[in-house]
Design a protein around this ligand. Structure first.
Ligand code: ADP
Ligand code: MG
Length: 199
C-alpha cells in the first residue's frame, strides 16, 4: 500500500471517530461510564498527529505503530483491545495483501482480541461486529455488503445482555442499548472500506 493510501485510511478513521464521538459517549453513558467517545477520539487524534511517520512505513509496520499508539492513548478496556487488533493485523499481513490474506489476518486478530479480553462473540462487545465482518470478508462479499454486515451486527447488540466489560455489571439492564465498542468498530469498518474502495 502506498503511503498516501495509508494516510487516507488514518484520516478516514480519525474523521469518523471525531464525528461520532458524542454518539459513542452517549452509548457508553447508557450502560458504561461514558468515556468511549473521548477515549477513541484521543487515540485516533494521536494517530492522526503521527500520520506522516506511520504512513511512511511498510503496511505491517504501519499497522503495528498504529496499534501501539492506540494502546498508549485510548485507555479504558477498549485501548488494549483495539491496539491488539491493529498490532496483530500488522503481524499477520504481508506488505501487499490480497483479500485472502486480509481475511486470514483478521481471523488471527480476532483470536488475539478474544484472548486479551477473555471474551467471545455473543457477549455484547466489539467482537460481535468483528466476527461477522471476518465471515463476510472470507465469504467474498463486496465492500458494501461488508459494511452492511458491520452496521447490522452493531444493531444486533441492542437486545443482547452484556457478559464482558463494564456493561456486564448491569446484567439484565444492559439489554436495550447498543454496545459502544460495537458501534465504533462498525464506524471504523465503514471508514476503511470506503477509503479502500475510493482509492
Ligand atoms: P471502559 O469500559 O474501560 O470504560 P471503553 O468505554 O473505552 O472502556 O470501551 C468499552 C468497550 O470496550 C465496550 O463497549 C466493548 O465493546 C469493549 N470491551 C470491553 N471489555 C471487553 C472485553 N473483555 N472483550 C471485548 N471487548 C470489550
Ligand atoms: Mg467506558
Amino acid at each position: 500500500m502506498a503511503a498516501s493510501d495509508f494516510s487516507h485510511l488514518i484520516a478516514a478513521a480519525a474523521d469518523t471517530i471525531a464525528l461520532h464521538a458524542e454518539e459513542l459517549t452517549a452509548l457508553d453513558q447508557a450502560i458504561g461510564d461514558g468515556d468511549h467517545g473521548l477515549n477513541m477520539k484521543r487515540g485516533f487524534e494521536a494517530v492522526r498527529a503521527e500520520t506522516d511517520a506511520i504512513a511512511a512505513k511498510p503496511l505491517p509496520d504501519a499497522l503495528k505503530a498504529l496499534g501501539t499508539k492506540l494502546v498508549m492513548t485510548v485507555g479504558g478496556a477498549s485501548g488494549p483491545l483495539f491496539g491488539t487488533l491493529f498490532m496483530t493485523l500488522g503481524k499477520e499481513l504481508p506488505p501487499v495483501p490480497d483479500r485472502a490474506a486480509l481475511a486470514s489476518a483478521l481471523g488471527k486478530a480476532i483470536e488475539a482480541v478474544s484472548a486479551r479480553g477473555k471474551s467471545q462473540p455473543g457477549q455484547k462487545t466489539m467482537l460481535d461486529v468483528l466476527q461477522p465482518v471476518y465471515e463476510a470478508l472470507a465469504q467474498g462479499k463486496t465492500a458494501s455488503e461488508i459494511v452492511d454486515a458491520a452496521d447490522h451486527a452493531a444493531e444486533a447488540t441492542v437486545p443482547m445482555k452484556a457478559l464482558r466489560g463494564r456493561a456486564s455489571f448491569l446484567g439484565q439492564r444492559s439489554i436495550g442499548h447498543m454496545d459502544a465498542g460495537a458501534r465504533s468498530t462498525a464506524l471504523l469498518v465503514r471508514a476503511v472500506a470506503e477509503a479502500i474502495e475510493g482509492s
